[in-house]
Unconditional design. Structure first.
Length: 645
C-alpha cells in the first residue's frame, strides 16, 4: 500500500523499493493469494517507473498468473493476462502479448464480466488509434518508397497486374487477402489478390460503400484490431467460411483527386484474436503510395489503348468499310459525300426502304469534323406527335402532367454533333414549324417554355417517299422542303446495282465459315429485293441459321419468294416467248411478275438487234428513249454488252 502511495506521488524509486520489500516479506510469511496480488502491483509499478525492468515485469506477471492458476481463480488469471497484454503493448511488444489479451477476453466472456470485456475492447481501440497516428507520421519507415519491397518484387510489381501487386501486400503483412478499390460512385473498380466471382465483387462493393464514413474512415487509415464480432465487417465477403479477425483500410488520393482504398484483412479459422501489428499497418500505409503509382500507370496504359482503338475505329468508319459496292453510281455518290462531309449544309437522303440511308448518315457524321460529338438518330414515324415533340425539343417542368423536372431535348443532347431524322416525310406539320426555326436560327424552345436556346446541330434527313410530291400535295411544308434539300443524295435500289449482290453476300457471310452455292447466288442475283440491302442481310442470316453444320448453303434453304421469282422468269423461257407460246399461270405468281419478265425480254431482244444503240432500240420498241433508259436501269441492263464486236 505504501508503494502504491509513492507511485501515485510520482516517486518511482521509493515505490519500487517498497513493493520489492513487500514481495520479499510475503514470500516468507504471506498467503499465496496476497503474494500474487503484490506481484501484479510490483509489475505495474516497475513498468511505469523503468522500462528497462521489462524482464522483471514479465517474470512477476508470469509468477502471479501461475499462482492464480494453482488457486483456480479464473478472474484473476484473466486480469493478470489483461495487465500483461496492456503493459507489453505500451512498450511496443505486440506480437506475443496479443495472445494474453485474447485469453483474458475469453475468460471474461465465460465468467460474464461485461465491464472487463469493455475495458479490453476500449484498450484495443486506443491501441489502434495510436498505431494509425504512428503509421501516417514521418516515423513510418515504410513511407520511403525504396524500403518497401525488394528489387525482385519491384520488377514483378512494374510488369504484373494489380492483383499480383496486391500479393506483395498480403505477404508483407501476413494478411489473408488484399483488395484495391477505386472510386466511390456508381462504378467501383475492384482488384483482389484472390479470385472473386462477379457476385462476390458486386456484394463487396455494395457492403464496402455502406461502411465508408461509418466504421471505415474516408480520410485516415482504419485499423480494427478485433472485428470478429462485427457483423458488417464479416458480411463484406459473401459465403466466406472464416471470420475476419482484424482489418486495415488505407484511403489515399489519386492524381485526379479521387479517393481509392487499400483493404487487407486477416482471417481466423478458430475465432482467436490475431490482430495486425504496428509494422504491418505501417507497411500497408506506405504501400498505398505504391498502389496509387501502379493504378495511375494502369489507367495511363488503358487510355493509350483506348485511344489507339478509337483511332482505328475512326479510320475504319472514315473509309466507309460497311458500305460495300462496286457500282459506278454508288461509288460516284460516295465520292460526292466525301467532298461535303465538313459542310454545315443540311443533307437529304432519298432511297427505298432498306437501301442504307442510316448507314450513309453515320458515315457522313464519322467522316466530318463533328465526329467527336454525338450522333443521334430518330425515326419520325415511330413516335406519336406529342412524344416526338417533347423528345426532340425537351420540356419545362409543369409543361404537362408528369413533367416533374426540366428535361433537355435530343437536339440539345446533339449540340455540336449530327442529328439524323429518318422518315422525315411522316413528321407532323406542327413539329415541322419548330424544325424550321431550328434550321433558320439554330435555336429551339422547350415544350412549355418561352426562352430560346442556341444549339449547333447538323441535320441529315431521310425518306423513302418522294418529298417533292408530298410538298405539292400539301403534306409537307414548302419552306422546310427547301431548307432540308440543299444537298440531296439518292441511294440506288439493290435491283439497280445487282453487281453488288455477290459482294454483299460475301460481306454478310464473313466470319461464319459458310458460303453459298452457285445456284443460290444465281437465284439471289435474279431476285429484285424490294426490301433492298436490309432484306438481303436478313435472308443471309436466315440461311446461316438453317445451314446447321453445312459449309456450303444450297438452294433448298432459300425463301420461297426468291426461288419462285426466279422460277417465274424461267417458266416463260425465252424460246417460248419468242414462239408465242403462252405460259401456264399459277397462284404463286402475279400478273405483274410475268409482265415484267416479258418486258425485260423484249428490251434485251431489241438491244441485241440494234447492237446496243438505245435510240434505235427505243424506236423498234415504239417507246421514248428516256423510257428505255429508265427501264434499262430498273433491270440492270448495260447497252455496252450488246454493242457490235
Amino acid at each position: 500500500v505504501i508503494a502504491q502511495v509513492f507511485a501515485a506521488k510520482g516517486d518511482c524509486g521509493e515505490a519500487v523499493e517498497k513493493v520489492n520489500a513487500a514481495v520479499r516479506i510475503l514470500r516468507e510469511v504471506g498467503d499465496p493469494y496476497d503474494l500474487a496480488i503484490s506481484l501484479v502491483a510490483q509489475a505495474e509499478i516497475m513498468s511505469s517507473g523503468n522500462s528497462e525492468g521489462s524482464p522483471v515485469v514479465r517474470a512477476a506477471l508470469d509468477e502471479a498468473w501461475e499462482i492464480f492458476h494453482g488457486l483456480r481463480l479464473d478472474y484473476w488469471m484473466a486480469e493478470t493476462d489483461f495487465k500483461a497484454g496492456v503493459l507489453a503493448c505500451q512498450h511496443g511488444q505486440l506480437d506475443g502479448r496479443f495472445k494474453k489479451l485474447s485469453r483474458a477476453e475469453r475468460v471474461f466472456t465465460a465468467i460474464e464480466e461485461p465491464a472487463k470485456l469493455r475495458a479490453v475492447h476500449k484498450f484495443l481501440q486506443t491501441l489502434s488509434e495510436q498505431a494509425v497516428a504512428l503509421s501516417v507520421s514521418h516515423e513510418n519507415k515504410f513511407k520511403v518508397f525504396g524500403s518497401l519491397i525488394t528489387p525482385a518484387e519491384m520488377s514483378n510489381f512494374k510488369t504484373g497486374a494489380m492483383e499480383e501487386s496486391l500479393g506483395i501486400l498480403v505477404r508483407k503483412t501476413n494478411g489473408s487477402r488484399a483488395v484495391f478499390c477505386s472510386g466511390e460512385g456508381g462504378d467501383m473498380h475492384l482488384a483482389c489478390s484472390t479470385l472473386l466471382t462477379p457476385h462476390q465483387i458486386k456484394h463487396f462493393c455494395s457492403k464496402f460503400k455502406a461502411l465508408l464514413g461509418q466504421e471505415i474512415s474516408r480520410v485516415k487509415p482504419t485499423l480494427i484490431l478485433d472485428s470478429r464480432r462485427d457483423p458488417y465487417i464479416n458480411d463484406l465477403f459473401s459465403d466466406a467460411p472464416n471470420v475476419i479477425t482484424s482489418l486495415i483500410v488505407v484511403p489515399f488520393k489519386m492524381g485526379d483527386g479521387s479517393v481509392s482504398y487499400l483493404y487487407v484483412d486477416r482471417l481466423s479459422p478458430d475465432n482467436s484474436l490475431n490482430p495486425f501489428n504496428q509494422d504491418e499497418l505501417n507497411f500497408a500505409v506506405g504501400f498505398s503510395d505504391v498502389a496509387a503509382f501502379k493504378w495511375t500507370e494502369i489507367q495511363k496504359n488503358q487510355l493509350l489503348e483506348d485511344n489507339r482503338r478509337l483511332q482505328a475505329q475512326l479510320i475504319d468508319r472514315m473509309s466507309f468499310p460497311n458500305i460495300v459496292t462496286q457500282n459506278a453510281d454508288m461509288q460516284e455518290l460516295l465520292a460526292q459525300v466525301r467532298q461535303v462531309v465538313n459542310s454545315n449544309l443540311t443533307i437529304a437522303l432519298e432511297g427505298e426502304t432498306g437501301s442504307g440511308k442510316d448507314l450513309l448518315a453515320r458515315a457522313i457524321h464519322f467522316n466530318s469534323n463533328r465526329r467527336d460529338k454525338r450522333f443521334i438518330s430518330v425515326n419520325c414515324a415511330a413516335l406519336p406527335e406529342t412524344l416526338l415533340e417533347s423528345e426532340l425539343f425537351g420540356y419545362k417542368r409543369g409543361a404537362f402532367t408528369g413533367a416533374d423536372r426540366d428535361k433537355p431535348g435530343l437536339f440539345e443532347e446533339a449540340d455540336g454533333g449530327t442529328f439524323f431524322l429518318d422518315e422525315i416525310a411522316d413528321m407532323p406539320q406542327s413539329i415541322q414549324a419548330k424544325l424550321l426555326r431550328l434550321l433558320e436560327g439554330q435555336e429551339i424552345v422547350r415544350l412549355g417554355d418561352t426562352i430560346p436556346r442556341k444549339v449547333d446541330v447538323r441535320i441529315i434527313s431521310a425518306t423513302n417517299k418522294n418529298l417533292k410530291t408530298q410538298m405539292e400535295s400539301g403534306l409537307f411544308r414548302q419552306d422546310l422542303f427547301y431548307r432540308l434539300t440543299p444537298l440531296t443524295f439518292r441511294l440506288s435500289a439493290l435491283r439497280e446495282r445487282r453487281e453488288d449482290i455477290p459482294l454483299l453476300v460475301a460481306h454478310f457471310l464473313e466470319g461464319t465459315g459458310k458460303s453459298v452455292s452457285p445456284e443460290v447466288m444465281k437465284l439471289m442475283v435474279s431476285y429484285d429485293w424490294p426490301g433492298n440491302v436490309r432484306e438481303l442481310e436478313n435472308e443471309v442470316k436466315k440461311l446461316v441459321l438453317l445451314a446447321s453444320d453445312k459449309t456450303v448453303i444450297g438452294p433448298g434453304a432459300l425463301s420461297g419468294r426468291i426461288s419462285s421469282f426466279a422460277g417465274c422468269e424461267s417458266c416463260l423461257g425465252l424460246a417460248g416467248a419468242d414462239s408465242g407460246d403462252h405460259p401456264s399461270f399459277t397462284d404463286r405468281h402475279s400478273m405483274y411478275d410475268y409482265l415484267a419478265t416479258l418486258e425485260k425480254h423484249f428490251i434485251v431482244k431489241a438491244l441485241q438487234e440494234k447492237h446496243g444503240v438505245k435510240k434505235h432500240a427505243a424506236a423498234l420498241l415504239n417507246i421514248p428513249e428516256s423510257t428505255l433508259r429508265l427501264k434499262m436501269k430498273q433491270y440492270g441492263l448495260e447497252s455496252e454488252q450488246y454493242e457490235k464486236r
